[in-house]
Design a protein. Structure first.
Length: 197
């Protein structure tokens, strides 16, 4: 800060006497203390970068690959979600449906616990009611009221990771339904009531 005579205030000779110097030092200390308090009170987000959540998928039915950032901090990214909705569309009729962001969070957190950060091999995402009914007729393992028809379930594999281990960790998280399909080698997760099979 410059004085009116062009000299920095800290280099000007003082003619104010010892009382003024003491008041000046006290004021400087007070301003420094206020700066420290203001810095400590600043929002944490202002000092850190926003965490992005990205998932990479391989759709075994279409052969399509996708890496999409679906969440930035506490906000879901509409563009990333739309890309995921398209990739996880009904494998028979091609209909798209919104995939529940909470099931994506479940998958992301599960992968983190497993220590897997590569491509997820998708067996099933969304299924239309018609496709689900057709599959139910063919297999007892497909429920008529499947969460897949609401976009709230995922069937998947994590290549190189034991499927039963994935299921056990998912079940311990108590975030919804978890299923282990040993013969078909995939895990089911959903955002319905906590249950397992």
């Amino acid at each position: 800060m410059m004085s009116t005579d062009g000299m920095p205030f800290w280099s000007r000779p003082s003619s104010d006497g010892p009382g003024m110097i003491a008041r000046s030092k006290t004021r400087s200390f007070g301003l420094a203390l206020l700066a420290v308090v203001a810095l400590a009170a600043a929002p944490v987000g202002a000092q850190t970068t926003v965490q992005e959540r990205t998932l990479s998928f391989y759709n075994i039915h279409t052969g399509a690959h996708l890496a999409a950032t679906y969440r930035r901090g506490n906000e879901y990214d509409p563009e990333g979600l739309a890309q995921i909705n398209h990739l996880l569309r009904d494998p028979v009729c091609g209909d798209e449906h919104s995939i529940d962001p909470l099931v994506l969070d479940f998958l992301y957190d599960l992968m983190d616990k497993v220590g897997y950060h590569q491509e997820v091999q998708m067996v099933c995402g969304y299924r239309s009611v018609e496709t689900n009914t057709m599959m139910h007729r063919r297999s007892k393992g497909v429920a008529l009221g499947s969460m897949h028809t609401q976009g709230r379930a995922l069937d998947f594999r994590l290549p190189g990771v034991d499927t039963r281990r994935i299921w056990e960790i998912a079940r311990s998280m108590k975030r919804g339904g978890t299923g282990y399909y040993r013969d078909s080698d995939f895990v089911h997760i959903d955002t319905g009531p906590v249950r397992s099979w």
